[in-house]
Design a protein around this ligand. Structure first.
Ligand SMILES: NC(=O)c1ccc[n+]([C@@H]2O[C@H](COP(=O)([O-])OP(=O)(O)OC[C@H]3O[C@@H](n4cnc5c(N)ncnc54)[C@H](OP(=O)(O)O)[C@@H]3O)[C@@H](O)[C@H]2O)c1
Length: 288
């Protein structure tokens, strides 16, 4: 179990990933994003999760450069993730997209590069597996060159994962999935773990929507914490990496205060029971 904000989980490639990352989707671009990411690093986050699709890699990169200076940190103290967007799949295009992300971030390497979504069978009915395999070859080259220290996946369901594992020379080490008390892609999480991948939770607070759930607020009252802290602790106790996003300074800090309480088995089960199994984004239907 992770016991501090800088605690890490081991990755199958020998690297380690901080179990709490700061999510940057919808932190906007420009000064607001710079301020939010700097506040997160000042609060002790050592893992930043961004993506080409978030449109804020330049702001995230600027925040990182300024925060290293302000907090007396070096680049190795931070774990930075970015992701390849869907319009850039395929070997050559993925390499070009990585160059653009690295340039915008102002970094010579990232700690983790993810395929944001698998090629969907709706967009690529005949050859979705080949498209993912071609993209993965580029990822393997980036890893071999040290430009991406670790490489992994996001939103890969078991069928996508198995197809990729069948052709991969370098194994993916992470699958980032939608996991929170209101909805969890737990089958994909389990398949990923069985294949040796670490699981990360995107939208660990259900983008805020799950925080008013009566069962969650009841457990929060029992342990004297906020619903957000309970949701994050519930994921951490399952060895899932969490990526909470907030632009609110007090919440940025509060979302790290997770290590002086514990959820009992009954409380873990009560939070798990919130999930009504409603289907969210089916990666095979994704057309964006
Ligand atoms: N791989 C993927 O396909 C994918 C998809 C979605 C997200 N992600 C990653 O996952 C990260 C997190 O997901 P997310 O941005 O959807 O949302 P989230 O972290 O689940 O929730 C963020 C929302 O909750 C609010 N919030 C944060 N802390 C709170 C607290 N302590 N109390 C009350 N409200 C709180 C935030 O408001 P304020 O900001 O106003 O404070 C915001 O509206 C993203 O930023 C991104 O890095 C990845």
């Amino acid at each position: 179990m992770i016991t501090s904000l800088s605690g890490t989980l081991p990755l199958a490639d020998g690297n380690a990933i901080p179990a709490i990352g700061y999510g940057t989707w919808q932190v906007a671009d420009g000064e607001r994003a710079v301020a939010a990411v700097k506040a997160a690093i000042a609060a002790g986050y050592r893992h930043i999760d961004t993506a080409a699709a978030y449109g804020n890699e330049a702001a995230v990169g600027r925040a990182i450069a300024e925060a290293l200076e302000d907090n007396g940190l070096v680049r190795e103290d931070l774990f930075v993730t970015t992701k390849l967007w869907n319009s850039r799949r395929g070997h050559d295009e993925a390499l070009r997209a990585f160059d653009e992300s690295a340039r915008l971030l102002g970094l010579d390497h990232v700690d983790l590069y993810l395929i944001h979504w698998p090629a969907s069978s709706r967009q690529h009915p005949e050859d979705w597996a080949e498209v993912n395999a071609a993209t993965w070859r580029a990822f393997e080259e980036l890893k071999a060159e040290g430009r991406a220290r670790s490489i992994g996946l996001s939103n890969f369901m078991p069928r996508h994962l198995q197809a990729l594992l069948a052709v991969a020379h370098e194994q993916p080490v992470v699958n980032q999935l939608e996991l929170h008390p209101g909805f969890g892609q737990w089958q994909a999480a389990e398949a990923s773990r069985q294949a040796g991948l670490v699981v990360e939770a995107w939208s660990p607070l259900g983008s805020g929507a799950v925080l008013g759930d009566p069962a969650l607020t009841a457990v929060a009252a029992e342990v004297g914490r906020t619903p957000a802290q309970v949701a994050l602790r519930w994921l951490l106790q399952q060895d899932v990496v969490v990526l909470p996003k907030s632009v609110t300074p007090e919440r940025i800090v509060a979302n790290t205060e997770l290590f002086d309480f514990e959820l009992s088995d009954e409380q873990m089960a009560a939070v798990a029971a919130i999930d009504d199994g409603a289907e969210h984004h089916d990666p095979d239907q994704v057309t964006f």
